[in-house]
Design a protein around this ligand. Structure first.
Ligand code: NAI
Ligand code: MG
Length: 806
């Protein structure tokens, strides 16, 4: 410790360490050894595997913590399952009281928790005291409110069930709060696995649960590393898995949980842009950088780690930044005047070092403060310290600019035009956050609109609040934490809990070559020609040159439909990508198109009813009802088109946070066999109402009603490329869509196996998926066939923080 302090001698402040006596006393009370927290009691530590909680500032061992195995995970899931019955049956008010009690206990122990977190993680006490712990309390307060309001705000929804939650080490207690608070508010119970480098604050929280009288089994904690996490994630007693950590493990969990029916949310890595326009307040932006990349040693998933600076101000910006870096204080985390504490563990320091050295080898210019030389290295020996670092002259494609370093290292690039800034910002597989600096309203908001990221901070950075959704685009994951949107991650439409299984769909008959020279007259009586695909507003011949027979309700041939393949899906995606104009339209304009569609479908209701009846063999009356309901569904979604447009929150004085639902842009949709017209309309209408363009495979056995829509779409002013229809074998085509990198979300209604396949194959670009797990939905029932569930899956929330006053 003294060594580190000695480097501070040259600076103006003397040491001002926070007292850690109460934490030391707590560790001593537990004899430096902890078990798991299962069913309201701590298991006895001592036997079996354990891990050591270490203070990364000096390598000191703080405690031994039991490492959970399969048996511990089983016991914890069992306790949570038992507790779920009574916890989910409590009134909202009763659950709210428990959450208030947790919030109050966190506040009561705020100083203790801050010191404990700083000791175990290495982050400065200033941050744990002023940011982490107050936000933890805020989360429990805010979600006490959601517990109270659940039934009014989410009618028809039920808690999803027992939740497995896996958190990282960078904000141990805050990540716990982000996961536990909404789960408990929704009525779920929890098994949490803390991170191996930072197990202690979660153990303290377990004690707080006991102290606050939380019923046994509602919150369970298993300590351990990756193997423990894997055992938890694989447990079939979970209804939901929530994960924050690396994209690599997120992808593993996506594949593993595919087909299990578990709801999944992933909050993964980032390489977030920090865009400085030439009309920015440069001094404010410099302080912004300090918060963006040197907050929490840069071990922040949404760290502004890529500065993108307009050429005209780049020189000035870098000069001031370098001057500011001189004044940053790296040192003992418990010292109240420390800006940058210790990196969490030696393995993390090694990763940072390796990436920095590779950057230097690559030829980028590394700048570190003048004090960061030999003396610093000697003074910080024995602790995991790394100086603030800046790379300039970084090429946008280099690993430095593309890979998450997860340390106090900023890379900087320059741009000329706003268009270039956005192109650079979006040139990343990640899309977690973005920080935008400009004194010009138009410039700032235009960038906020165009940047692909779940959180955008205008003239600010790294702001968080329990009422504001947080989560990613692209490989930064899916799902939101915080806010109303975050509550959905722990809820499920109540009817889904008892949904019956869909009957199996028999495989398609063998394809035959398309004979489109034959013409209508050549077919046997009542037999149509081969039905084509519909791509970019035009009918298209299937690439394979093959079609498959479409039979009527009694198994007689009606016609042949195009046997779509990979190439057809690619063409359809290309057409959908190009139809950007649809997304740029107002909700009002889209609503008009949907009303027009409804009108034109109604005009031809008789013809469509006849088609549906013939294909499926249902009665004329039922078929007429299917067409009627389809018309009604279009009208419903037209009504929604200009009304699901977000919320405004005021999380801090003179700051607003806009919760904007943004379309995914291109969604792949696989329709079920049943209700061939109604299911198609029920899925496509909300997707396009929200501004998406879609690639759809209609009912594989009864595709004709959807194909008859080609003309209706043409006459209703639906622009080409907004709805693209590819007939063929549903699961084959769904697989192509799930793997396609230009599709941002996949909806699949079909078999359990197909659902599993779509989830597993979506892991490539971590697209959002919405699958039915082989369960049936009553498309005729408005509470199942339309509503917020559809709009929620058609959009993702972009949270835009903006100053609102000075
Ligand atoms: P990680 O993703 O391996 O660990 C996160 C959590 O997942 C920990 O609790 C860990 O025990 C658990 N875990 C590990 N393997 C698992 C598995 N197979 N199944 C279930 N759970 C598993 O991240 P790690 O190893 O701590 O850090 C590696 C790198 O990941 C960091 O250097 C950083 O770049 C990145 N990272 C990103 C975070 C973010 O919030 N975006 C958080 C932590 C790390
Ligand atoms: Mg530690």
């Amino acid at each position: 410790m003294n060594k580190i302090v000695s480097i501070l001698d040259s600076m103006e402040y003397g040491p001002a360490p926070e007292d850690d006596a109460n934490v030391r006393a707590w560790l001593a009370r537990h004899k430096g050894s902890f078990g798991h927290f299962i069913g309201g009691v701590f298991t006895r530590p001592g036997k079996g595997a354990s891990l050591t909680a270490v203070n990364p500032a000096n390598g000191e061992a703080l405690a031994e913590v039991a490492e959970g195995g399969e048996k511990d995970v089983d016991a914890a899931v069992e306790a949570a399952t038992k507790a779920f019955k009574s916890w989910s049956a409590l009134s909202g008010t009763a659950r709210a009281r428990h959450l208030y009690a947790l919030a109050r206990q966190v506040q009561k122990h705020a100083r203790f928790l801050a010191v404990l977190e700083t000791l175990d993680n290495g982050k400065p006490i200033r941050e744990t005291r002023d940011i982490d712990v107050p936000l933890v309390a805020r989360h429990f307060y805010h979600h006490a409110g959601w517990a109270e309001l659940r039934d009014q705000e989410f009618p028809g929804y039920a808690p999803v069930g027992v939740c497995g939650q896996i958190i990282p080490w960078n904000f141990p207690l805050l990540m716990l709060a982000w996961k536990v608070a909404p789960a408990l508010a929704a009525g779920c119970t929890v098994v949490l696995k803390s991170a191996e480098h930072t197990p202690l604050s979660a153990l303290a929280f377990a004690e707080i649960c006991r102290e606050a009288g939380l019923p046994a089994g509602v919150f369970n904690l298993v300590n351990g590393g990756g193997a423990t996490g894997a055992a938890l994630a694989a447990h079939d007693g979970l209804a939901k898995l929530a994960f924050t950590g690396s994209t690599e493990i997120g992808r593993v969990l996506r594949r593993q949980s595919a087909g299990t029916g578990k709801k999944l949310s992933l909050e993964l890595g980032g390489k977030s842009p920090f865009i400085v326009f030439d009309n920015a307040d440069i001094d404010a932006a410099i302080e912004g950088v300090v918060d963006a990349i040197w907050f929490n040693q840069g071990e922040v998933c949404c760290a502004g780690s890529r500065a993108i600076v307009q050429e005209g101000v780049a020189e000035k910006f870098h000069a001031r930044l370098k001057a500011r870096m001189e004044t940053l204080r790296v040192g003992p985390p418990l010292d109240k005047s420390t800006d940058i504490g210790a990196v969490v563990a030696p393995v993390q320091i090694e990763q940072i070092r390796a990436r920095v050295e590779a950057g230097v080898r690559e030829g980028a210019a590394l700048h570190q403060p003048s004090w960061a030389g030999e003396t610093f290295a000697r003074a910080t020996e024995g602790g995991c310290f790394f100086p603030p670092s800046l790379f300039t002259g970084v090429s946008p494609a280099s690993p430095l600019a593309q890979e998450e370093i997860f340390g106090p290292v900023l890379v900087s690039m320059t741009f000329r035009t706003p268009g270039e800034a956005i192109a650079l910002a979006n040139n990343s597989r990640y899309g977690l956050a973005a920080s935008i600096w400009s004194q010009n309203l138009d410039t700032a908001f235009d960038a906020a609109r165009r940047v692909k990221a779940g959180v955008v901070w205008i003239n600010s950075t790294n702001m968080f609040d329990a009422s504001v959704g947080f989560g990613g685009y692209k490989e930064s994951g899916f799902g939101r934490e915080g806010g109303r949107e975050g509550m959905f991650e722990y809820l499920v439409a109540a009817w889904q809990k008892n949904a019956r299984a869909l009957p199996e769909s028999p495989p398609l008959a063998a394809p035959v070559p398309v004979d489109d020279e034959a013409g209508p007259g050549s077919a046997p009586a009542g037999l149509d020609r081969t039905v084509k695909l519909y791509i970019g507003g035009k009918q298209a011949r299937p690439d394979s040159g093959y079609s498959y027979p479409v039979l009527d309700g009694r198994g007689r041939l009606i016609t042949e439909a195009g046997h779509g393949n990979r190439k057809d899906i690619r063409n359809a995606v290309e057409a959908a990508r190009k139809a950007e104009g649809w997304t740029a339209m107002t909700g009002h304009a889209r609503a008009q198109v949907l009303y027009f569609l409804a009108e034109n479908l109604e005009l031809r209701a008789g013809e469509f009813a006849e088609r549906v009846a013939r294909m499926t063999g249902i009665s004329a009356k039922k078929a007429a009802a299917e067409v009627d309901t389809s018309v009604a569904r279009l009208i419903h979604n037209a009504a929604r088109a200009d009304k699901y447009d977000g919320r405004v929150r005021a999380p801090q004085p003179r700051m607003l946070a806009l919760a904007l639902p943004e379309p995914y842009e291109v969604i792949g949709i696989s329709c079920p066999d049943e209700a061939p017209l109604l299911a198609f309309v029920s899925l496509v209408a909300p997707a396009i109402a929200m501004g998406n363009r879609v690639v759809v495979t209609p009912s594989q056995h009864h595709p004709l009603a959807a194909c008859d829509l080609y003309q209706v779409l043409d006459t209703s002013d639906v622009p080409g490329g907004v709805v693209n229809i590819v007939t063929g074998a549903r699961d084959q085509l769904a697989s192509v869509m799930a793997k396609h990198d230009d599709i941002a979300a996949c909806w699949y209604v079909g078999s359990a196996e197909g659902s599993a396949m779509v989830e597993a194959e979506s892991a490539g670009n971590l697209k959002a998926t919405w699958v039915n797990n082989g369960k049936a939905r009553d498309w005729f029932d408005a509470s199942q066939g339309q509503g917020e569930e559809f709009l929620f899956h058609a959009t993702r929330i972009k949270s835009i923080w903006t100053p609102f006053g000075v």
